[in-house]
Design a protein around this ligand. Structure first.
Ligand code: NI
Length: 191
């Protein structure tokens, strides 16, 4: 079990260009296991590889969020949004890279995605509600798009200040040692 450090805003690694998964090998499976451990440890609805400093186009969504019977994460490699619609939904989102920050984001209510699983098999998934939101949030991560990009100037400055305070609060406390406390905050839709 490996819970990895999550990269927090404004770390420039969150803006790095990502690249497609080409090898569906043991290295990928290890990354997926570590992402799953990290997502569960922080109580996230999803997590993208770039949030642990890896540039593969990979994200995970909690199985229950994805409409499965259990919470075994659904793995999305090289994901694409192939359709969206059914109107617009506005709801609060959190992000594991922005502890304690919640932002109202407008998104299409329904989406359809295609992606490869960790063995390289293509599959499609569609959904509304939290699933649609989590899929779009994670896909945004793969293009470097973050919660702070979805708000006006005033809110953007608020988020920047809040993150500055968060980083200051971490100094001298042993790095990411406060992540457990943060996870409770981020529980609803942190991804
Ligand atoms: Ni996020």
């Amino acid at each position: 079990m490996a819970v990895l450090d999550v990269v927090k805003y404004p770390d420039p690694r969150l803006r790095e260009p990502t690249h497609p998964v080409e090898h569906f090998d043991e290295g990928l499976r290890q990354l997926v296991r570590d992402l799953a451990d990290t997502m569960f440890a922080l109580n996230g609805a999803g997590i993208a590889a770039i949030q642990v400093g890896r540039l593969e186009r990979v994200f995970l969504i909690d199985g229950r969020v994805a409409g499965r019977e259990d919470d075994v994460p659904v793995v999305f490699c090289n994901p694409e949004m192939i359709d969206s619609g059914h109107g617009i939904s506005i709801s609060e989102e959190g992000c594991l890279s922005f502890p304690g920050v919640f932002v109202e984001v407008k998104r299409p209510r329904w989406v359809k995605f295609r992606a490869q699983d960790q063995d390289g098999q293509w599959f499609e998934i569609e959904g509304e509600g939290l699933l649609a939101r989590a899929l779009q949030h994670e896909l945004d991560h793969l293009t470097g798009r973050l919660l702070v990009d979805m708000v006006g100037m005033v809110k953007k400055e608020m988020i920047k200040r809040k993150m500055k305070r968060w980083h200051a609060s971490q100094e001298g406390s042993g790095g990411d040692g406060d992540d457990d406390a943060v996870a409770d905050d981020a529980a609803p839709v942190g991804a």
